[in-house]
Design a binder for this molecule. Structure first.
Ligand code: ADP
Ligand code: 5GP
Length: 226
């Protein structure tokens, strides 16, 4: 029986290191993937269409909203960003954990719809460090960087809506923490499939955990609330 993939929402201020952390996860932890967002913003130097984002015109994005193709979408710094629904669902149905690198508005939308998702908030060690990272990443104007810093302070106020908080000062440690979260979530008793315990007669048929994720997958086909 295929396990249901976990939705791992990684949010936090722009420039804090979310995409760096998420990309590392996909090469470090088996059965993980990073959701590819759509955006109307222009690519930064070095960014590739279909790899970093699907870069689309606003008309196309609005058409996708009309067609309900997004699990969530948000307007951020005057541009539109959205998580496509279909690829997310396909990955989860095939037992792959999906990482969403999205802003706090998007995370709030996902919280309303995916009660079993895991919510991780990443914070910088200081606003000064965040500024340095945004400047070094290049691609955003000084005005853009100022807007991102202002929004960062507001977003951090809501850290308590998340299950986990990662301080991204030392990248190696922050990476280890995110990896540990994913591994620990996989073995939670209400997620892990226990059919084998019954098969091996370690558990009686009547003692099977009917709330387990394995049962939810087969009986209901998902974990989403519409
Ligand atoms: P986000 O996806 O949150 O907007 P990025 O992953 O693009 O942020 O990271 C912003 C910049 O900060 C990048 O240049 C990245 O290499 C750098 N960075 C990320 N984490 C660290 C860290 N722990 N220490 C130093 N630089 C970092
Ligand atoms: P950037 O322009 O720096 O790549 O991204 C700006 C912000 O948009 C970041 O905080 C990033 O996490 C967020 N973001 C990227 N894709 C999505 C998405 O599909 N939905 C939402 N809500 N935010 C996104």
């Amino acid at each position: 029986m295929t396990r249901k993939g976990i939705l791992v929402v990684v949010s936090g201020p722009s420039g804090v290191g979310k995409s760096t952390l998420c990309k590392t996860m996909t090469s470090m932890v088996a059965e993980t993937t990073l959701s590819l967002s759509y955006t109307t913003r222009r690519p930064r130097p070095g960014e590739r269409d279909g790899i970093d984002y699907c870069f689309v015109q606003e008309d196309r994005f609005r058409e996708m909203i009309q067609n309900r193709e997004f699990a969530e979408w948000a307007e951020i710094y005057g541009q539109l960003y959205g998580t496509p629904h279909s690829s997310l669902r396909q990955s989860m149905d095939s037992g792959v954990d999906v990482l969403l690198d999205i802003d706090a508005q998007g995370a709030r939308e996902i919280m309303k719809r995916f009660s079993e998702a895991v919510y991780v908030f990443v914070v910088p060690p200081s606003l000064e460090t965040l500024r340095t990272r945004l400047v070094h990443r290049a691609g955003d104007s000084p005005g853009e960087i100022q807007r991102r810093l202002q929004k960062a302070s507001e977003e951090i106020q809501n850290y308590k809506s998340y299950h986990y908080l990662i301080r991204n000062d030392d990248l190696a440690r922050a990476t280890k923490e995110l990896e540990s979260i994913i591994i620990a979530e996989r073995v939670k008793t209400d997620r892990i499939g226990v059919g084998w315990l019954v098969e091996k007669k370690l558990l009686g048929e009547g003692e099977r955990n009917t709330d387990s994720h394995e049962m939810l997958v087969t009986k209901q086909g998902g974990q989403e609330h519409d």
